[in-house]
Design a protein around this ligand. Structure first.
Ligand code: SAH
Ligand code: SF4
Length: 356
């Protein structure tokens, strides 16, 4: 049976099989099974990724019979639909996407002069349950498929009529807890037949799943790794990020050092600054110790308040003090410019106040 053979190898979307999210090898397998020559695969992928066309009816260089067969087998070009959007004055735009089974995820478009970035989601909700994060409060619903991940970037590029240059897995979810789909999506973003984005413009942010960090460093993908560090002692880090009880700081830092050594890519240590919680002198001294002497960069992140979370952002002068001290001690550091807070599109706010 045709369906059984391909579906055994190809990932299912929630409702039906979609072209987006399949790699070249899988689409070749599909077209061969449908009795077409191998080169049809690239034609099909060109429509989906390069021209952004989901409707087989519009794919004019494909034979009518082939298009009918695709439809008859319950295939579609795309996977998610735009359910709404909200734009901030600085051009940052939050998108709400509906998945085939009715769940929604958010992604954010962040335009800058030289780069156009999409911050995308990898899960509906998140099981890690960080105490400062709006997504963490939501709990975990399900993993996204590779197609649902890559389609967030594609659809935003189409909507903005621009080439998305950078993509970061910093939306809803823990990307390394949805490892296979996230890696497949990153490969599709990077592929010559996909969205052709440079691997070094792609970033995965993780709360610190140690075995997955080691696995990632063996993927031979030149992508960037960001670690959500947020604390420099195990007790506090476990209180903020429950996963730290499973993978404590020393192990997480060792895995990141290994990633930097293997890939020669600079790892970003993300540090949300929480007033009176992690912004004291002792924490700062430990931060220097953790970050000194290897290929990393500390990104100091202003906390975006989340309802029901008992935190306040550190004042700007404390952030500046951290920045100056880190730099004085030879640690590369910066303060993240927050974008889109007025549409709740900044980090950790993705679920709040959907005025859509
Ligand atoms: N799950 C992954 C990626 C998604 S979270 C991770 O935790 O790394 C993306 C980034 O947003 C992380 O650094 C996370 O710690 C940060 N973040 C979460 N809630 C935030 C908040 N309220 N204010 C500022 N940053 C937040
Ligand atoms: Fe999940 Fe990341 Fe939010 Fe933690 S910060 S709950 S890992 S999305």
């Amino acid at each position: 049976m045709f369906g059984v053979i391909i579906f055994a190898k190809i990932e299912w979307g929630a409702a039906c099989l979609q072209i987006i999210g399949l790699n070249l090898e899988e689409v070749e397998e599909l077209v061969l099974k449908l009795g077409e020559p191998r080169y049809r695969a690239r034609q099909l992928l060109d429509w989906v990724y390069k021209k952004g066309v989901d409707d087989f009816g519009q794919m004019s260089n494909l034979p009518a019979l082939f298009r009918q067969r695709l439809e008859a087998h319950g295939l579609t070009g795309g996977s998610i639909t735009k359910a709404g959007a909200e734009e901030a004055a600085d051009g940052t735009k939050k998108y709400l996407f509906r998945l085939p089974d009715g769940f929604c995820v958010e992604a954010v478009y962040i335009p800058e002069q030289k780069r156009k970035t999409v911050c995308f989601s990898t899960q509906v909700g998140c099981a890690v349950g960080c105490t400062f994060c709006a997504t963490g409060q939501q709990g975990f619903k399900r993993n996204l498929t590779a197609g649902e991940i890559v389609d967030q970037v594609r659809k935003i590029g189409l909507d903005q009529r621009t080439r998305i240059s950078h993509a970061v897995a910093m939306g809803q979810g823990e990307p390394l807890a949805n490892y296979a789909a996230t890696i497949k999506a990153l490969r599709l973003l990077n592929a010559d037949y996909g969205l052709q984005m440079a691997a070094r413009h792609l970033t995965v942010s993780t709360s610190g799943i140690v075995p997955a960090i080691y696995r990632l460093s063996d993927e031979e993908l030149q992508i960037n790794l960001a670690l959500s560090l947020h604390a420099t002692a195990d007790q506090l880090r476990s209180a903020l990020i429950p996963l730290n009880r499973t993978y404590p700081l020393a192990q997480v830092i060792q895995a990141c050092r290994d990633y930097a050594a293997k890939t020669k890519r600079r790892v970003t240590l993300e540090y949300i600054m929480l007033a009176g919680v992690n912004d004291g002198d002792a924490a700062l001294a430990r931060l220097v110790d953790l970050a000194k002497g290897w290929l990393c960069h500390v990104n100091l992140i202003p906390y975006n308040p989340v309802p029901a979370a008992p935190y306040r952002p550190s004042p700007p002068r404390t952030r500046q003090r951290f920045l100056g001290f880190l730099q004085k001690h030879g640690v590369a550091a910066s303060i993240r410019q927050e974008r889109g807070a007025e549409v709740n599109a900044a980090c950790g706010q993705l679920r709040q106040h959907l005025k859509l």
